[in-house]
Design a protein around this ligand. Structure first.
Ligand SMILES: Nc1ncnc2c1ncn2[C@@H]1O[C@H](COP(=O)(O)OP(=O)(O)OP(=O)(O)O)[C@@H](O)[C@H]1O
Length: 336
């Protein structure tokens, strides 16, 4: 597991007036996923590709576990960093197993038997049963399956870092959702430090522990999905993350605020026994449970301490949503 630190990193392409990436400073903690979002041309790909030195920075530094990437041999560096892009670029004349194996071999030091086993493990990991897929050729795979091979290949050298540049951008919505689930599942096991460029806010919210918003080469906000939704730094971020999208608010914001925002003096005697939900649930979980059970309220319970922490009602959800909206309006007004 490995931390990536960007320190005043800047890229000026020759012959351009404004930097493509402008003094960007932030950190991607080890084992976490940071999504890079922003409008077209905001510098996401440039920032990503400076990490494995496919693009050389003009100034500033990028540290991986405290070591400046500019002082490392680029080839060695790239062996330690997995890279997944939209165009998978598999070798057409090699089988799927061979495609993965050539990358695994780069890591070196493995016996033939261990290598074969490793390729099978990787195919299994990305959801391609080896018995069925190892002997096929890339043309015999769908786009989504090829993308899985691309991911297996990027994981082959067991890199601590994965750079992903719109890896699922060309896939249909269903396959894309499946790949996202797959990545979440893999990440639970392998805990890579991931930097992921996306144009799709749903994807950013689903996969990101943190989201970095870029605009004209500058980092305008870094935060968790909930922080970006609840407190966008300015009108641009609010618009980009869809802070006025009620469904998204419900889907991602936790019930904790609605609990603090006590609806009325209540006791369990008031409603009798009501269904329980975890304090980690979202406003949408609460809303769906209220509708499905037709209960007057839900009792929120902390999953760790098992303590009851309050009640959620349709009224308290309603109040919370109006409260968020008012706060956002005033934030956006004061920052424009
Ligand atoms: N090789 C290059 N030479 C000159 N300018 C470049 C070069 N590559 C990128 N740029 C410019 O740098 C800026 C950032 O480009 P970059 O590809 O990093 O943005 P992006 O946020 O990834 O865009 P998109 O979302 O469209 O992929 C853009 O204005 C782009 O035109």
């Amino acid at each position: 597991m490995t931390t990536i630190v960007f320190n005043q990193i800047t890229k000026r392409y020759p012959g351009t007036d404004t930097p493509a990436v402008d003094a960007v400073t932030f950190e991607v903690p080890e084992g976490s996923t940071c999504m890079l979002v922003g409008t077209s041309g905001s510098g996401k790909t440039t920032l990503l590709r400076m990490v494995n030195r496919l693009i050389e920075p003009s100034s500033g530094e990028i540290l991986i576990d405290g070591k400046n990437v500019l002082q490392e041999d680029p080839i060695q560096l790239r062996r330690r960093i997995g890279y997944v892009i939209q165009q998978v670029g598999l070798f057409p004349h090699l089988t799927i197993a061979e495609n993965v194996r050539v990358t695994a071999e780069i890591a070196g030091g493995w016996s033939k038997q261990r290598l074969k086993q490793r390729v099978d493990e990787l195919l299994e990991l990305v959801g391609l049963p080896p018995d069925e897929y190892r002997k096929r050729f890339p043309r015999q795979l769908s786009g989504g399956q090829q993308q899985r091979v691309g991911l297996a290949r990027a994981l082959a050298t067991d890199p601590a870092i994965l750079l992903m540049d719109e890896p699922f951008g060309a896939l249909d919505a269903i396959t894309r959702a499946r790949m996202q689930e797959e990545l979440l599942r893999i990440q639970k096991d392998v805990h890579k430090t991931i930097l992921f460029v996306s144009h799709d806010m749903e994807e950013a919210f689903k996969l990101g522990d943190q989201i970095a918003v870029l605009s004209q080469g500058k980092l305008v906000q870094l935060g968790t999905p909930v922080e970006l939704l609840a407190q966008p730094a300015n009108g641009f971020v609010g618009q980009l993350v869809g802070a006025d999208n009620i469904l998204r608010q419900l889907q991602y914001l936790p019930i904790s605020h609605a609990l603090a925002n006590k609806p009325e003096a209540v006791s369990s005697a008031h409603w009798g026994d009501v269904p329980e939900l975890s304090t980690e649930a979202t406003l949408l979980d609460a809303l769906l449970q209220l509708l499905a059970t037709n209960a007057p309220a839900l009792s929120a319970k902390d999953p760790q301490t098992k303590q009851h922490t309050g009640y959620i009602t349709l009224d308290s959800l309603n109040r919370e949503i109006s409260h968020i909206r008012q706060e956002q309006n005033s934030t956006v007004e004061s920052r424009i």
